[in-house]
Write a protein that binds this ligand. Structure first.
Ligand code: ADP
Ligand code: MG
Length: 327
């Protein structure tokens, strides 16, 4: 059987049948709009990401369950980067007519498993045939108390800069894949199965431990650049302080140029934030609670732009500045 034989409404029904309702979703899949109740006093957060075959992924490199999970995780990462709580997920699908139904089922299973994990209910979407590759458009809506929102614009000179997890593994995996090599499994996992740091974003907002917050999708340089521009400040980052996985650190000793992947490679999906220095102890406690490294990598300074300081104290100049679709 082909996808075409299911028809648009057959495919939608195949999705709907797997979705459990929830009290705050008054109307889910099956009407003209979904209708969601927000907790009292909270406001709506909305974020969308497109994933296009051959631009964001290749079907030869990933199984569709992992792709579905990633499509959700990259959106949840944006909700995390405001400090919010995910509520609903809307799924736009452009499906090639020759997509095997088993792949369709795997894709939906991946999307639903990640949505469940992060607390978002699939509550609508659109389903079309694609004349080209597979296309996914995921929109997640979440909510937050307005006074807790963490924007990109709140960084002040004297704040410290923190990043979660480790940097560069995902970009390194992508470099290996593009070169026709098979990345080590730990690296491939970071690329194909990113984790959104949702709990961290929420705790930073609720405990007021950040002045500005962003998630790292385009690389540290580019994403920190957004905080600096929005806040009207500069930053100083110490290359030796960047958190790296043991695999990455070992390889860096042999190939120093790998540092650019930690500084400017994309798709880490870690969080980057500025915090008053008085928050350092509370952040160390939070790191223990979440069992997640939260590393101080530098500081916000007056002025503009980012200065990366090498181990010998000189300024480090990167060859790579971050991902830009139209560059
Ligand atoms: P309309 O023509 O009013 O946009 P559709 O026939 O496209 O409605 O969709 C019918 C219902 O199925 C709607 O509730 C829509 O949100 C939902 N839906 C369509 N495609 C998807 C999808 N890929 N995932 C989840 N829900 C979907
Ligand atoms: Mg429609």
């Amino acid at each position: 059987m082909s996808l075409g034989a299911c028809g648009e409404f057959g495919l939608i029904e195949r999705i709907r049948a797997q979705v459990a309702g929830r009290d705050d979703i008054l109307i889910g899949i099956g009407d003209d709009c979904c209708a969601t109740v927000l907790p009292p006093g909270e406001i709506l957060l909305t974020t969308t990401d497109l994933l296009l075959e051959e631009i964001h992924f290749r079907r030869a490199w990933t199984d569709l369950f992992a792709l579905g999970r990633k499509a959700v995780a990259v959106n949840i990462s944006d909700i995390a980067a405001m400090g919010g709580t995910p509520r609903t997920l809307s799924l736009g699908l452009g499906l090639p007519a020759d997509l095997p139904p088993a792949d369709f089922d795997q894709l939906i299973a991946g999307i639903l498993s990640a949505a469940r994990e992060y607390g978002a209910v699939l509550s609508g979407g659109d389903t079309c045939r694609s004349p080209g590759g597979l296309m996914l458009s995921v929109t997640v809506q979440g909510s937050i108390q307005p006074e807790q929102i963490l924007r990109r614009s709140g960084a002040r000179p004297g704040d410290l800069l923190y990043v979660s997890g480790t940097l560069g593994d995902s970009a390194w995996a992508l470099r290996e894949l593009l070169a026709g090599r098979t990345p080590e499994d730990a690296l491939a996992q970071r690329h194909h199965r990113p984790t959104a740091r949702l709990g961290l974003g929420q705790e930073l907002a609720q405990r007021r431990l950040a002045t500005a917050l962003i998630d790292l999708s385009d690389g540290l340089r580019a994403d920190l650049g957004h905080i600096l521009a929005a806040s009207g400040v500069g930053a100083c980052v110490h290359a030796a302080a960047l958190p790296l996985s043991p695999t990455f650190r070992a390889a860096l000793a042999i190939e120093p140029g790998l540092l650019d992947l930690a500084l400017a490679g994309g798709e880490d999906y870690e969080l980057l934030w500025s915090a008053p220095s008085a928050a350092a102890v509370a952040l160390a406690t939070l790191s223990d609670e979440l069992a997640l490294p939260l590393t101080c990598i530098g500081a916000i300074v007056a002025g503009a732009g980012l200065k990366v300081i090498a181990a010998d104290g000189s300024e480090y100049i990167s060859a790579k500045m971050g991902y830009n679709h139209f560059a």
